[in-house]
Design a protein around this ligand. Structure first.
Ligand code: LLP
Length: 419
């Protein structure tokens, strides 16, 4: 459930009226509720009590330093996919031992940086990557702990653009080829193969694909052990979904129970990599209505946020609830409208044929469930300034990423002196 609720007719994040934030910071702006993030992290941490486990937040969902700091202070680990993310994790105070470095395309420079930082686990995804990491580590006189990401060939039944664990996806190593890759890794003195990893996709709303994937991973761990490779880590990835359209996905407790059981059966330390589930419901994008345009066949609500600020509807046809910050009067008639941004593309929309209560120019709307894969995927397309972010705690709020100035925006470029 979203962390935004009406109190006395005004939409709030915790104790803060969202209109106050819109007034003081301007729109568009992302707002995050810190207690919600903390509560969900604790659900994960509590769910794996009794087994040796690290909840490694997949920071690609939201990499703001303030959110990272909040989670590192709670004892979380972190899942990263680039040198930039490793650097962000270190800057936020994460214990390097609790940093997992995933991703199918790590460069030698990135590997070398992560090794010098002393990160806990590299998740490798191909034979050439195994060999390159072995070389880089050897040259540095280090030994890299690795987990091999396997593709367990299960259908996650999610959007095609975010499914990853089916044969034919670019991710991981086919599970039947995995033993050979582990042997190849074990032959390198500079590598220590410790784990079996997998991530089958994102926004999963059923536990069945997890049950299948975890069972295959446990089987692999046992097989590898019998062949003399002492696997001690089971990294089950992330992917648990949220209820964008009001559906009720499995609870964190139900999910952690099957992950926990798999780790016990495998006799392994457990690593989890949740991203979306920790932050999606805690975030909203506030936007102001600029115009209501009555077309001959449609009504367009034109707002000041755009696809460059939140690209999920454009990219994945994603549904995000939209709520007016002032609570509509009981019984106010809704009518279908398209909520669109100012960018010069028809794909710049937040909702189509969405039933909304009456809105007029100047009103503030909250696009909710936007805490994950919102700000991180934003850009400055159409020379729009990068969207700012605000963190709320109880009655207080702070700007945790300011809106850049137009000077910042233009000043990033360099004009060669031969022009
Ligand atoms: N671990 C790995 C290796 C991943 O690739 C991902 C997400 C996660 C963990 C975290 O997954 P989560 O718990 O957040 O589902 N931009 C898309 C989502 C892309 C997810 C990519 N990988 C969206 O907006 O829906």
């Amino acid at each position: 459930m979203s962390d935004f609720a009406y109190k006395n007719g005004r939409l709030h994040a915790e104790g803060v009226d969202l209109a106050r934030i819109a007034e003081s910071v301007g729109t568009p702006v992302y707002v995050y509720a810190s207690h919600g993030i903390e509560r969900r992290y604790r659900e994960y941490a509590d769910g794996v009590k009794g087994v040796d486990a690290t909840v490694c937040y997949a920071m690609k969902a939201n990499d703001n330093q303030a959110i990272l700091r909040l989670l590192s202070k709670l004892g979380a680990g972190v899942d990263t996919v680039s040198e930039g993310e490793v650097r962000r994790a270190l800057a936020a105070g994460f214990d390097p031992e609790k940093i997992v470095f995933s991703g199918i395309g790590k460069s030698a420079e990135e590997m070398s940086f992560a090794l010098s930082a002393g990160i806990g686990e590299f998740n490798v995804e191909s034979e050439p990557e195994v060999d390159l990491l072995a070389d880089v580590a050897r040259q540095m006189g280090k030994r890299a702990k690795i987990a091999v990401r396997v593709n367990p060939d299960v259908d996650a039944k999610t959007h095609a653009k975010i499914t990853t664990g089916k044969k034919g996806n670019k991710f991981g190593i086919d599970i039947d080829q995995a033993p050979a890759v582990f042997k190849r890794a074990a032959a390198h003195a500079s590598l220590e193969p410790v784990g079996v990893a997998s991530h089958i996709g994102s926004q999963l709303t059923s536990l069945d694909p997890y049950r299948q994937a975890f069972a295959r991973m446990v089987e692999l761990v046992k097989q590898l052990r019998s062949e003399g490779i002492p696997i001690s880590v089971l990294d089950v990835g992330g992917g648990l979904g949220v209820g964008y359209t009001g559906e009720a996905p499995p609870s964190v407790a139900e999910y952690t129970e099957i992950a926990r059981a798999a780790a016990i059966e495998a006799g392994c330390r457990l690593v989890l990599e949740p991203g979306r589930r920790l932050v999606a419901e805690a975030g909203a994008l506030l936007t102001r209505v600029l115009y209501v345009k009555e077309g001959s066949s449609k009504t367009f609500v034109i707002v000041d946020a755009a696809m460059n600020d939140l690209i999920r509807p454009t990219l994945y046809d994603a549904y995000h609830p939209i709520l007016p910050v002032t609570e509509p009067k009981a019984g106010a008639a809704s009518r279908p409208v398209d909520v669109v941004g100012p960018i010069c593309e028809s794909s710049d929309f937040f909702a189509k044929e969405r039933a909304l209560p009456p809105v007029s120019a100047g009103d503030i709307l909250a696009i909710t469930y936007a805490g994950a894969y919102g700000a991180v995927m934003s850009s400055s397309y159409n020379a729009r300034r990068l969207v700012p972010e605000v963190l709320v705690r109880d009655q207080q709020f702070a700007v945790v990423r300011p809106r850049p100035s137009y000077e910042d925006l233009i000043g990033r470029d360099r004009v060669p002196d031969w022009l």
